[in-house]
Design a binder for this molecule. Structure first.
Ligand SMILES: [Zn+2]
Length: 91
């Protein structure tokens, strides 16, 4: 099964999202131990942290980017604002 098929299957099995989680866990070895933006330390053994921090997998680069909730929310907010500006949308 190639990556495309796996992804299609993961999409169909959307219920638990376990596939995605398993993939993330498999990539945990490549995970940084601090936030990419603010260098806040990340504890992989801290379940709460693992659940609340955001992991962005860049499969093409085989890289895993890690963002703390603060930086993630900040980035999302910036994205929203940029999008609103470009599209002239109001939130
Ligand atoms: Zn951060």
């Amino acid at each position: 099964m190639n990556r495309e098929q796996r992804r299609a299957m993961a999409k169909r099995e959307k219920k638990g999202g376990n596939e995605e989680m398993a993939e993330k866990v498999a990539l945990f070895g490549k995970l940084a131990d601090e936030c990419l933006v603010c260098d806040k330390p990340f504890d992989k053994k801290n379940k709460e942290m693992v659940m609340s921090w955001n992991v962005v997998v860049r499969e093409a680069e085989e890289k895993v980017n890690l963002y703390c909730p603060e930086c993630w929310n900040g980035a999302l907010k910036m994205l929203h604002e940029a999008r609103s500006e470009i599209l002239g949308e109001e939130e």
